[in-house]
Every structure is written in structure tokens, then in C-alpha cells.
Design a protein around this ligand. Sequence first.
Ligand code: ATP
Ligand code: BTN
Length: 258
Amino acid sequence: MDVETIRARLSALPISEIQYLPETYSTNDDAMAWAQAGAPEGVVVIADKQLKGRGRLGRMWVTQPGTSLAFSMIFRPTLEEIEKLSLFSPLGALAVAVALEDLGLSPEIKWPNDVLLSRKKVCGVLAETVWMGSHINGVVLGIGINVATGSVPDSNVLLFPATCVESELGKPVDRLLLLESVLRHLIEWRKQIRTERFIEEWKKRLAFLGEKVTVQKPDGEITGWFQDVDEHGALVLSVEEQYHTILAGDVKLRPLEE
Ligand code: ATP
Ligand code: BTN
């Protein structure tokens, strides 16, 4: 990858600026700093390798050079979109899922923000809020995708099984073509983020919906039927005929192991 090729391949998209880093700590850190310094909507930071790629609560995300996609995009949400800020992470997952469908794959979304192929994790999404004093003035959406086989970390560092796009597709994948496709879907679906259709499209791809699941929260586990999601993307779990609404926060979803 090099910046000129990337710019040429993404030239048809309404992206205000592209920064390419062969190596960085985390594209989310870079984009957060850039957003705090006033960068406009649509800036994208792309890296070939991350030394400190992050998931939620500082858990690590592994990005190996030459085999993965790791990038972060800056959004400047409107006041109406700020009311639905929790939908930015589903936006990332939906854009990746649709891009994988374009390749002929059948992805599922693991609530709220991972993308699975054959029920193994192929992509993680990390949405972070940019604050200006006590006001929200941006969202950084970071996306990591395992493209080729070398991108999949050793199973001993994983909390959930992982795979990559090429293993599932059985043929090589052009990383920049996939990047272009994900960004295109991100930009398109963002226009619909407040619509019912957005929730419906996200919801119809959710893994484990209607199944019995365990939700791991910092204050303990809760097991029930994954009944639905609400208009903010929160998970609706039914436990002994009582409904519990669970916000994404620091929550992990697992199918029930019996
Ligand atoms: P989980 O993936 O355990 O359901 P999560 O979606 O909340 O949880 P985070 O807690 O944000 O994920 O952290 C990222 C997790 O992704 C790490 O704990 C690690 O298990 C896993 N991981 C790290 N790098 C990769 C990768 N390249 N491919 C797949 N999984 C990875
Ligand atoms: C998850 O697994 O739940 C989230 C992982 C998010 C990884 C991406 S890679 C690009 C961006 N930079 C980071 O440090 N994290 C995100």
C-alpha cells in the first residue's frame, strides 16, 4: 500500500482527506487527535500495521502488515444524529457486512459491533466520541478487518474464534477494493442512520437473534432470549418473562453453551 495508490483508488468517494501510515499505534488515536484539532467530517486514517490497535476498554486488536485493513473515519454528527450516537458502531458493522455480501459472502453481525463469517470474528468496530468541553462534536469510527490468512491472531490471544475474508471466500481479495467498498457503504448508510430501514437492515443480519445468549457485563452475567433491538440499538433480552434492555457499553454477547 502507498498513499498515491490509495488516493487514486478512493478518488470517486467524497472523502475530505486521506492519511496513510505504514505503521502507527492506533488509527483511532490518530483520528481522535486529528478530530480534536478540528479536522472536518470525512477524514480517513489508514494504517498497514498497528502497534497498539484497540478494542473496547483498551482490549487489544491485532493488525498485521500486508494482510489486514485498519482504518478510522471522522464524522461530525448533526444534533439529530447525536440523539442516536449509539448507532455509529452498528453503522460500521453494517457497512462491512454489506461489502462482504458484495463479494458473495454471508456475514452476520455480532451485536453490537463485530462482523462474523461462519460465526467467527472477521471484523471489529470501535466507535469513540469526540468531546469539546461538555459537548459532543464528533465520532471516530475505527474498523479492523482480517483480509488474508496472516491477519488472524493465534487462538490463545482471542476471546472469540476468528477468521479472515480470504479463508472464507477461498480466493484472494484486493484489500483496496474492499476498503473502497466499505467506505462507500459507510458514506451511503450514514445518510440513513436515523431511519427505520437502517435498524431493520442491521437487525436482519444479527447473529443469535431469537436464540438463547449470555451477556457478560462488568457486574455479572445474565442469560436469556435475544428478543430484539430497540431504536438506539440496545439489546432486548427476555429473562423469565421480564424484558431487560442492555446498552452496548462494556458488554459481551455469547451464544449459550449448554
Ligand atoms: P469479543 O470479540 O470478545 O466478543 P468485543 O467485540 O467487545 O468482544 P473487544 O473487547 O473490543 O471485542 O476487544 C477486541 C477483542 O478482539 C480482543 O479481546 C481479542 O480477543 C479480539 N481480537 C484481537 N485482534 C483480533 C483480530 N485481528 N481478529 C479477530 N479478533 C481479534
Ligand atoms: C472490537 O474488536 O470490538 C473492536 C476492534 C476495532 C479495531 C479497529 S482497527 C482500526 C481502529 N484502530 C484501533 O485501534 N481500533 C480500531
